[in-house]
Write a protein that binds this ligand. Structure first.
Ligand code: MLT
Ligand code: MN
Ligand code: ZN
Length: 289
């Protein structure tokens, strides 16, 4: 299995355009600290599926390869969505130069994008979005020996769909398999029910939500009245223990918010995670399993 981490920041990236907090200021003065929106790509046969369509997608997919000269063919086979959040879906509009775009998503996510954001209607003069169901009950084949299935994580809805029925598969972990290798990608963990433990335990690589370091961080940093958990992101101080106990060969955090101390590579928090065998994924990490 070949995975590329194309970005590792929460919504807005690092730095955020209108923020001068220590993390954002640090990323301006040290460009190597900049992080693009969280995204990854998995190779399936000779093409790539990108996980989540961020506002940075057009730059991010170049890491998988560049267009074939004389054609509009690219190494991009399609997009898989973990949720309907704006930071994970606005990039669909950036792919409008393609004649069509294949999108794999759960019914709740597809419904939000089509009915609330009206993506099909808005984009139809430019490109055709072709929707495929991301199932929870069976793996779907992407290409070669690579499959994906969804494991429901929570009913966390995007703010623009806050009144929608919470019963659907709004936020899922992706179980990516290639032969006998398995990786989990879950950039939004609002909950870690016991049922997730057995799913995570069979993976060779687990990549999860590292938005906030501790539960009070969003309030302390003045970005929200809510705690991390109330915002739908379990903090690292909560998930690091269970993550470190998983048998996976690699355990990584992604989707770092600009307020997270980990955006500063000199922060002591890095050493405490390293001691637990946990990595903080830099952009462009290549994972071969
Ligand atoms: C999230 O990860 O919780 C969302 O991106 C937040 C948001 O869009 O406001
Ligand atoms: Mn997000
Ligand atoms: Zn900031």
């Amino acid at each position: 299995m070949l995975l590329q981490i194309l970005g590792t920041a929460a919504g807005g990236g690092v730095p955020q355009w209108n923020c001068a907090c220590p993390g954002c200021a640090g990323a301006r003065s040290h460009p190597e600290r900049r992080r693009r929106h969280a995204s990854a790509a998995i190779r399936a046969g000779d093409r790539w599926f990108v996980i989540n369509a961020t506002p940075d997608i057009a730059d991010q997919v170049e890491f998988c390869g560049t267009p074939v000269p004389g054609s509009r063919d690219t190494p991009l086979a399609g997009v898989i969505l973990t949720d309907a959040e704006l930071d994970h879906t606005l990039g669909l509009a950036r792919l409008r130069e393609a004649s069509s775009v294949d999108v794999i998503a759960t019914p709740a996510v597809t419904g939000a994008l089509c009915d609330r954001l009206r993506m099909n209607d808005v984009l139809s003069p430019y490109t055709r979005l072709t929707w495929h169901e991301l199932p929870e009950d069976r793996p779907v084949r992407l290409g070669g020996s690579v499959t994906v299935r969804a494991v429901r994580v929570s009913g966390k809805r995007p703010r623009y769909a806050a009144d929608a029925d919470a019963g659907g598969a709004w936020s899922v972990a992706l179980v990516l398999a290639d032969g006998d290798r398995t990786a989990i990608y879950a950039p939004c963990l609002a909950d870690w029910p016991p049922s997730l433990d057995s799913v995570f335990a069979m993976a060779d690589c687990v990549i999860i939500d590292g938005t906030f370091w501790d539960d009070d961080e969003p309030r302390r940093m003045g970005i929200s009245e809510k705690t991390a958990t109330q915002m739908g992101h379990l903090p690292i101080t909560w998930t690091a223990g269970p993550l470190s106990r998983l048998p996976a060969r690699r355990r990584l955090y992604t989707h770092l918010n600009n307020t997270n101390p980990l955006v500063d590579p000199t922060a002591p928090a890095h050493a405490s995670l390293a001691a637990l065998g946990i990595e903080v994924a830099p952009d462009r990490t290549v994972i071969e399993l």
